[in-house]
Write a protein that binds this ligand. Structure first.
Ligand code: 7TS
Length: 388
């Protein structure tokens, strides 16, 4: 039995999502911007998809949701857009983010630093979250943007978005949150949390790869990311990938309705806890960041003395897919920057294994994985290693 436990890297497309997408390849294939019936035929389902997206994140009708290729694009757009709008064309020169954001945020910020922009990377505490007060303390006269994730991809830890939203609203600084790992796992409501922009990727909630979105609250200034045609209100030109947009809409609807969020919390959460409890029986094992205040599907576990990469290899040999750190970085054997940020000792930083579940995991799969994990872990002698 194969057990896929790497859903924070990507998820399986829900067959119902695929079913919604299929007509848009060979049957309803017109360009949505064409005036004839072939183009117009795409409109009802595109509008329905937009409705699902607005409803899924609690956006107001007058706000904007722009379809992008993924969260990476949305994140790049926000950071570089803020640079153009508020720094190059304004009088600001400072961006605030955290040190545990996805590289789509941190690498973009590092690029801006080469262009003379000041960036503050806020530290997280040993629980892997930052204190909202640290955002308040970091805000300066020239702060152009605050970008803090909704949920961390490695630990699932939830950030104090509501408090940060209020701080940014009061100080008049635009607030962006990378909600890629939050959608479908916890309720994401942009209005209730005073968030000005959020990014997301459909493939993290059982939609297709290659499509995502950026929510932009009405009144927030952000220059277009792609210049060209009038698609997406001129904010992101290029013929819309209708099938992907429809798929993302359906996936959003299925992942964010009240029942789906409750299922994630109760059922997926129960499976995660079962897996976690079994692993915690292995000596010298800890949950990085602790077990409180996380997305229900994620656990980042460290077994002292066991290098994450070798454990991953053994798991893979046994039909279990998990990850060390984020898949985007897993080809290099550097210590996991997220674990370093927690202040873990340098030995622990090499030991993290992330298990991330989804609604497609079954109790049988978890029982099976636990049995195989016990076998694997018993073959590891406790041999602490030293890393520079
Ligand atoms: N933001 C967060 C918080 C993410 O977790 C990811 C992907 C991205 C942005 C980028 O998403 P993409 O669809 O544009 O690639 N995170 C991971 C991960 O944790 N393991 O593999 C990819």
């Amino acid at each position: 039995m194969e057990v896929y436990l790497d859903n924070n890297a990507t998820t399986k497309v829900d067959p119902k999502v695929l079913e919604e997408m299929l007509p848009f390849f060979c049957d309803i294939y017109g360009n949505p911007n064409s005036l004839h019936r072939f183009g117009a035929g795409t409109h009802p389902k595109m509008l329905e998809a937009l409705d699902y997206l607005y409803e899924g994140i609690g956006a107001a009708d007058e706000d904007d949701i722009v379809i992008t290729a993924n969260a990476t694009e949305a994140n790049n757009w926000v950071i570089k857009g803020a640079w153009i709008e508020y720094i190059l064309n304004g009088n600001k020169n400072h961006i605030i983010t955290s040190e545990v954001e996805h590289p789509a945020i941190t690498a973009t910020c590092r690029f801006l630093e080469t262009q003379g922009v000041n960036v503050t990377y806020l530290e997280v505490n040993e629980e892997g979250v930052l204190d909202a007060q640290s955002v308040k303390d970091a805000i300066r006269e020239d702060t152009a943007l605050v970008s803090i994730m909704w949920a961390n991809n490695e630990t699932g830890k939830l950030f104090p978005v509501k408090e940060i939203g209020l701080i940014c609203k009061t100080t008049g600084v635009p607030f962006h949150s990378d909600a890629t790992q939050a959608i479908g796992k916890v309720k994401v409501d942009v209005q209730a949390n005073d968030v000005d922009m959020i990014s997301f990727s459909a493939h993290k909630f059982h939609g297709p790869k290659g499509v995502g979105g950026l929510y932009i609250k009405k009144g927030v200034s952000l220059p277009p990311y792609m210049h060209g045609g009038e698609q997406m209100g001129g904010r992101r030109a290029g013929t819309v990938d209708v099938a992907s947009m429809v798929g993302m809409g359906k996936a959003m609807q299925m992942a964010t309705n009240t029942m789906a969020i409750a299922y994630e919390k109760n059922h997926v959460g129960m499976l995660r806890d079962k897996l976690e409890k079994a692993i915690l029986k292995i000596p010298d094992t800890v949950v990085i960041g602790g077990r409180e205040n996380r997305t229900p599907n994620t656990t980042l576990i460290s077994i002292r003395g066991v290098e994450g990469e070798s454990m991953l290899w053994d798991l893979n040999q046994n039909g279990i897919g998990a990850s060390t750190g984020s898949a985007c970085a897993s080809e290099d054997l550097e210590a996991n920057p997220v674990m370093n940020a927690f202040g873990s000792d340098s030995e622990l930083a090499h030991t993290g294994i992330r298990f991330s579940l989804s609604r497609f995991n079954t109790e049988e799969q978890i029982t099976n994985a636990v049995t195989r994990l016990r076998g694997i872990s018993s073959s590891y002698a406790y041999t602490p290693k030293k890393y520079a």
